[in-house]
Design a protein around this ligand. Structure first.
Ligand SMILES: C[S@@+](CC[C@H](N)C(=O)[O-])C[C@H]1O[C@@H](n2cnc3c(N)ncnc32)[C@H](O)[C@@H]1O
Length: 275
């Protein structure tokens, strides 16, 4: 569709380069534009706005995802300069702000996997919850309780709105602040399941994850791993976890969540801890 929309603006090779760098989130399109095409960014934006029926805004992603809040800078190319939109996934509705909060449509398979693992009656601590996507997807179907923590006030506020937007079987509690402080003060030995979706800093927060998890509970430990062979990434992340963990742990499974660079993967290791 994108290639067709741009056929009068770009050569076939140029639009191939753009396609891999295109995200549509609700009625917002975000493009990463190679340097060679930057001079055409406005016309690319305007063409997409005209051709993609549901698009309200087209943004150019100026920076990588960065900083404590894991956010990115965007520049408006065409349409309305509003970075908030509604996004739907597996029967849930989410208000997301694609510039001021973290959001990735590429984690949807992992959100579904975790949602299916959560059981009725469980307590989950979602340490780096963003706008609450994993929390809400889990509580949509299961009568669980989720503590949904995030240090970014904009993310915690949107999480509160998202709780109201969805009819939940369970309960989600949004708490703004540093996960390690909140856990120390309010959530010691609370959770049957703990999510650590800040893969760059998992080792730093592992002790807090263990603190909030009950004896016999499960931690989903995400990390970034270099692997020459894709098939080895899961095994390497298991070995890394076992090297850094201070508690007795039984590995339940591991897998690649998504590729984040050449021979570089985001992985998850599911572990049952004894303490
Ligand atoms: C990679 S995002 C994950 C967001 C969410 N789990 C999702 O999939 O949409 C990491 C989140 O961790 C938050 N964060 C960073 N440091 C934190 C801390 N010390 N305590 C709590 N949240 C933190 C960021 O604001 C960001 O929203």
């Amino acid at each position: 569709m994108l290639k067709k929309a741009l056929e009068n603006t770009l050569t076939s090779k140029e639009s191939d380069e753009l396609i891999s760098a295109f995200d549509q989130i609700g009625d917002i399109i975000i493009m990463r534009i190679p340097d060679s095409l930057l001079s055409k960014k406005k016309i690319i934006g305007e063409t997409l706005l005209n051709e993609v029926k549901v698009a309200r805004s087209v943004f150019y992603q100026v920076s990588d995802v960065e900083g404590d809040f894991r956010t990115r800078n965007l520049e408006i190319l065409a349409g309305e300069d509003n970075t908030e939109t509604e996004y739907k996934e597996f029967g849930c509705k989410f208000l997301v702000d694609v510039e001021n909060t973290f959001f990735s449509p590429r984690l949807s398979t992992e959100r579904e996997r975790i949602g299916n693992l959560v059981q009725d009656g469980e307590v989950m601590t979602n340490m780096f919850a963003g706008v609450g996507m994993f929390s809400i997807m889990a509580a949509k179907k299961k009568k669980c309780t989720v503590y949904s923590l995030d240090i970014n006030p904009a993310a915690s506020n949107l999480c509160v709105k998202n709780i109201e937007l969805n009819k939940l079987a369970g309960k989600v509690i949004s708490i703004n602040g540093d996960a390690s402080e909140i856990i120390k003060e309010q959530l010691v030995d609370k959770s049957d399941r703990t999510l650590m979706l800040l893969p760059e800093r998992s080792d730093e927060f592992l002790e807090s994850a263990i603190t909030t998890t009950k004896n016999g509970g499960i931690i989903h430990y995400y990390s970034h791993i270099h692997a020459d062979k894709k098939s080895e990434a899961g095994k390497l992340s298991e070995e890394h976890y076992l090297q850094v963990t201070p508690v007795q742990s039984k590995i339940l499974s591991s897998k690649i969540v998504r590729a984040v660079g050449p021979r570089y993967y985001q992985t998850v290791v599911d572990v049952k801890i004894s303490k």
